[in-house]
Design a protein around this ligand. Structure first.
Ligand code: ADP
Ligand code: 5GP
Length: 207
């Protein structure tokens, strides 16, 4: 019996906390999912692929998308625009998929307001600010000024942990990934993510 209507899992946390690493690690353990590829005006990093990690656009194109109401939510983060396209998310939910968002605290707010009943939210962070700095430096994708800006924003972001359903402290990557798999599986079982009346009807019919 399939009564799934789709569910959302929002992952937020400081840049460098390990969100992308965790998603990569769990992707073959959580069933059918759609990872929402955001649109951004930030520059492309070494190793990133346009259309895979982000849709990289100019500020002008981004503003056109805002005008055309193409975004479920968008925010100005770390000096760049980031936005979630509405259409593919609607489509994935219609197909009963788990939709994964890697978005900041502002985006989480917006998704909670619009789709809170089917949303499970997870805040991911490093065990300490020092470890965050070390990981951002080791990742070596950002200039020192960019890293400093991300660190300063991180101290504000962690103040909002209590707005989330779950906290994952990403110390050991395998342990953190196992926890995220459990949360993702539970997210799919949220009651509003199911067509309960259809379930009850089919349950009664099979008497
Ligand atoms: P985010 O997507 O949150 O910005 P990344 O997944 O890019 O973070 O991780 C930032 C850096 O930290 C990467 O170089 C990644 O390999 C490393 N990293 C992620 N998780 C761990 C961990 N548990 N222990 C050590 N290094 C980690
Ligand atoms: P990065 O530049 O490191 O890829 O991402 C910077 C921040 O932007 C991260 O906190 C990430 O979660 C957030 N972000 C990425 N895409 C979106 C989006 O579509 N909307 C919002 N609100 N934040 C996003």
């Amino acid at each position: 019996m399939n009564c799934k209507t789709g569910a959302i899992i929002v992952l937020s946390g400081p840049s460098g906390a390990g969100k992308s690493s965790l998603i990569n690690k769990i992707e073959d353990q959580i069933g059918e999912y759609y990872f929402s590829i955001s649109t951004t005006t930030r520059g492309i990093r070494d190793g990133e692929v346009n259309g895979e990690h982000y849709h990289f656009v100019t500020e002008e194109q981004f503003k056109e998308d805002i005008e055309d109401e193409n975004f479920l939510e968008y925010a100005y983060v770390h000096g760049n625009y980031y936005g979630t396209s509405l259409k593919p998310v609607k489509e994935a939910l219609k197909n009963g998929k788990l939709v994964i968002f890697d978005i900041d605290v502002q985006g989480h707010d917006a998704v909670q307001n619009r789709l809170g009943d089917i949303t499970t939210s997870v805040f991911i962070t490093t065990p300490s600010l020092k470890i965050l700095r070390d990981r951002l430096s080791r990742r070596a994708t950002d200039a020192i000024e960019v890293i400093n800006r991300r660190i300063s924003i991180a101290t504000k972001e962690v103040q909002r942990i209590s707005e989330y359903d779950y906290l994952i402290i990403n110390d050991d990557l395998d342990l953190a990934a196992n926890t995220l798999v459990s949360i993702a599986k539970a997210a799919r079982m949220k009651i509003p993510s199911m067509e309960i009346s259809k379930f009850i009807q089919e349950w009664e019919e099979d008497s």
